[in-house]
Write a protein that binds this ligand. Structure first.
Ligand code: FAD
Length: 400
């Protein structure tokens, strides 16, 4: 039986390409590339014929602040890659606060809290790592539809049709593949607005510029998220990345316009938002109730969802790749392409645990919409919030 992307079961089969690939991955962002690289690492002996289809060409722009936490770096290290090869800025101080006052990290360690990359550079670097391993990426091919049949999945693109035993949807928040997996998903889409400015802040002697902040000042204004301000670089020039994230996880009658909240915060630091290009993109967060696969087709990365609390998706995208690779390996070893156990694997994985905890925290924390309460949490009990963060939010990917 075929399941079509419109949810029906009566779509026509018309493959114009006869080759049957073992695996086709749609999208060469961190989730798609991580899936391919983990599979190469885990199941090299299976000698799978695989292909990644990408609608753009690397290096391609991707709206993202580019903050990569230690988990992402650890996953890359386990694959044998050093994130420091990519141009980046180390964030040595991070502030989690309310109206500029609150928790300052690190507590003890002098290591960077996270690193900030530009996504065009990071994704192109990772794509080259995949190519070095012999993984084929065909660029400028846009997938239009995916259909699942008993013996294969059909991938329809603007350059013809492809067939594969397994298809991985790694095509981001606006995933086409998700339409065949989950025709009626639970709505859980947030939004991120972002702007890049030169770094004009005057830093007193002895202080460094590598500080990032996450300010929850937006919560009392009905926004289930925060305003960020990260250091970044473009071609070696010091820049800053500003943005506002709204997970939209708590339903409210009225919320302040995201642009207005961001403009106000930037103005407080001497920046006029009107002078810069503001861009926005949907951020989908992971909802346990949603379906993650159908026979022969699975989803990874933003196609499934990021964490709702912080909207952090690069490390999770790399983590999804690891889980998906074990599920695909299992499918080929057992000749069972139902992917019936993929959701269970995901839930039991450290990533699944982290996503679950973060979504729970987001649902609870973003409900606390009183300014007084937010001030109290961050300015009086920031240390406790930090401790809970260390225990429940970060550190899901172990070193070894
Ligand atoms: C404003 C903003 C700021 C963010 N900041 C951070 C941050 O600081 N840190 C962090 O960890 N996360 C951040 N995120 C989230 C992060 O960007 C995503 O979670 C991450 O990119 C997910 O990776 P992915 O591989 O799943 O999807 P993507 O990176 O979106 O990659 C999907 C790929 O699929 C390709 N594609 C899409 N459709 C098709 C198609 N039909 N056919 C073929 N190819 C297709 C795309 O061209 C793309 O290359 C941010 C997101 C936003 C919107």
């Amino acid at each position: 039986m075929a399941i079509c992307s419109d949810g029906s079961t009566s779509c026509k089969m018309n493959p114009t390409m006869n080759k049957l690939y073992d695996l086709i991955i749609i999208g060469s962002g961190p989730a798609g590339l991580s899936t391919a690289l983990h599979l190469d690492h885990l199941a090299h002996n299976l000698d799978l014929t695989s292909l990644i289809l990408e609608k753009s060409r690397h290096p391609r722009p991707k709206l993202c602040a580019g903050g990569i936490l230690v988990e992402g770096e650890r996953i890359l290290a386990k694959l044998g890659f050093d994130l420091c090869e990519v141009p980046h800025v180390d964030v040595t101080n991070a502030y989690f606060n309310y109206e500029g006052r609150g928790l300052k990290t690190p507590f003890l360690s002098k290591k960077p809290i996270f690193r900030v990359v530009r996504r065009d550079e990071f994704d192109a670097w990772l794509a080259n790592k995949a190519r070095d391993k012999g993984i084929e990426i065909r660029e400028e091919i846009k997938v239009q539809k995916v259909e699942s049949f008993d013996d294969y999945a059909l991938v329809k693109t603007d350059k013809g049709d492809f067939r594969a035993k397994v298809v991985v949807g790694a095509d981001g928040s606006n995933s086409i593949v998700r339409r065949v997996v989950e025709p009626n998903p639970h709505p859980h889409v947030g939004r991120g607005l972002e702007v890049i400015t030169p770094d004009i802040a005057e830093i007193p002697p002895g202080k460094n510029k590598q500080k990032a902040s996450f300010d929850f000042l937006a919560v009392p204004q009905g926004i289930s998220g925060y305003v960020w301000n990260f250091p970044t670089q473009i071609k070696g020039n010091a820049m800053r990345c500003w943005g506002v994230y709204d997970s939209n996880i708590v339903k409210v009658e009225k919320r302040a316009p995201l642009r207005q909240v961001l403009a106000k915060e930037m103005a407080a630091h001497g920046y006029d938002l009107n002078e810069y290009k503001l861009e926005g993109y949907p951020i989908r967060w992971y909802e346990f109730a949603n379906q993650v696969s159908i026979p022969r087709v699975i989803l990874v990365g933003d196609a499934l969802g990021v964490d709702a609390l912080l909207g952090e998706g690069i490390g999770p995208a790399l983590g999804y790749g690891a889980v998906a690779a074990t599920a695909i390996q299992h499918a080929f070893e057992t000749n069972d392409f139902s992917f019936a156990s993929y959701h269970g694997r995901l839930k039991r994985s450290p990533l699944g645990g982290a996503l679950k905890r973060r979504t729970f925290l987001a649902k609870s924390f973003y409900r606390l919409k009183s300014a007084r309460l937010q001030r109290f949490i961050w300015q009086r009990f920031g240390w406790l919030a930090g401790l809970l963060g260390v225990i429940f939010v970060i550190g899901w990917e172990k070193k070894k």
